[in-house]
Design a protein around this ligand. Structure first.
Ligand code: ADP
Ligand code: MG
Length: 349
């Protein structure tokens, strides 16, 4: 994989400012833990600190800044801007290059323009500035190479699971004699065999979403665009669907752009996580996730990355707020505790 400055638009002057890697603390701590001064007695605190720092350092290695050049990208977004009719600036100067086979999660608080960006990729929103290209061709509207999935499974309620899939195949011009076999192949792939003749109201929320996924995969789009697809599912079903989608992605290596505001979901699924901020909607971090798949939802390294990215999002949210008025009185800052004083307080009086 080649890294270099993106040609899709300006990058930050110094990429190290995008991750903890660039911080003084990280530089100081990364080469290894400093030895304790001789005579220091910290029997229980030191191993705990060492474990915490070890976990923190591993999350640094697992999240790295992404650099994808426009000429190596399947999807290329350049200087994209969108202003709605009510003058809301939903997107401003967005640059994003996505390689073929990547699973990119757009992550950020509500209103930061995730859906607007996704709909621009789908060709459903005509941006007021910039351009989106797929395989070098500029997008001017929806196309069969892209499929957009929403939170609702959006199945036809009067058609069976098989009927919903074959309808989509017919709409894409698949010959009649091939449709049934192909529909059943994808219904098996999403583990809904035995429910081919069931109507949507006879399925649970997770099963409806799997039927919707079978329909989406059966038409074999080059790019799958998903807007918070598991947002309405209960927590358990949601985890199950994430594991399920991951196993499908590992088999197919489709190019996926997945919108979520859930940090854990983004890090569970994404090979790359793009953090966005509101007012105006923009990209503030673009990170590759180097945690092997399949990922387990309770994995310690995953949880550590979740805490790290939650911290980044908090910083982003604070940065987007208007500045607070200056405080009337600044209380004196307590001096930072030394290792010795922490040990004392742990030991008690
Ligand atoms: P997200 O998906 O991150 O929650 P959206 O892309 O839906 O964000 O919205 C970005 C901004 O654009 C928000 O401030 C939202 O209120 C505004 N917006 C979204 N859709 C419309 C619309 N159809 N008309 C006017 N404003 C809109
Ligand atoms: Mg949205």
């Amino acid at each position: 994989m080649r890294h270099g400055p993106s040609r899709g638009g300006p990058r930050p002057a110094n990429d190290s400012q995008w991750t903890l890697e660039g911080r003084q603390d990280a530089r100081r701590l990364a080469p290894g833990l400093p030895p304790l001064p001789s005579g220091t007695h910290v029997p229980s605190l030191w191993p705990m600190l060492r474990a915490l720092l070890g976990r923190w350092r591993s999350s640094l290695r697992l999240l790295r800044p992404a650099h994808v050049e426009a000429d190596r990208a399947k999807i290329s977004v350049s200087q994209l801007g969108h202003r709605y009719g009510n003058k809301v600036v939903a997107l401003k100067d967005v640059d994003l290059n996505v390689r073929s086979g990547e699973f990119v999660c757009l992550l950020g608080p509500s209103g930061c323009g995730k859906s607007t960006l996704l709909y621009a990729l789908a060709g459903q929103v005509k941006p007021t500035g910039g351009a989106v290209s797929i395989d070098g061709r500029r997008i001017t509207g929806p196309g069969p190479d892209r499929l957009l999935m929403f939170q609702e499974a959006a199945l036809f309620p009067w058609l069976s699971v098989r009927g919903n899939v074959t309808f989509a195949l017919a709409a894409r011009g698949v010959p009649r004699k091939e449709r049934r076999a192909r529909a059943e192949q994808y219904i098996r792939r999403v583990q809904l065999q035995g429910f081919e003749d069931a109507l949507p109201h006879q399925l649970s929320g997770g099963m409806k979403m799997r039927a919707s996924l079978a329909r989406a995969l059966s038409v074999d789009p080059a790019v799958l665009l998903m807007d918070e697809p598991f947002g309405s599912l209960d927590a358990q079903t949601r985890i199950h669907m994430q594991e399920f989608l991951q196993s499908i992605w590992m088999r197919t290596h489709k190019t996926v752009v997945f919108v979520t505001h859930d940090v854990h979901e983004a890090l569970m699924l994404g090979t790359r996580v793009v953090l966005m901020a509101p007012r105006p909607g923009r990209i503030v971090r673009d990170l590759e996730v180097h945690l092997p798949m399949p990922r387990h939802p309770d994995d310690a390294a995953l949880m550590e990355m979740v805490r790290h990215v939650q911290g980044l999002l908090r910083e982003v949210e604070q940065g987007s707020k208007p500045p607070e008025p200056p405080p009337v009185r600044v209380p004196p800052r307590p001096s930072p505790p030394t290792v010795h004083s922490v040990t004392e307080s742990v030991r008690g009086p």
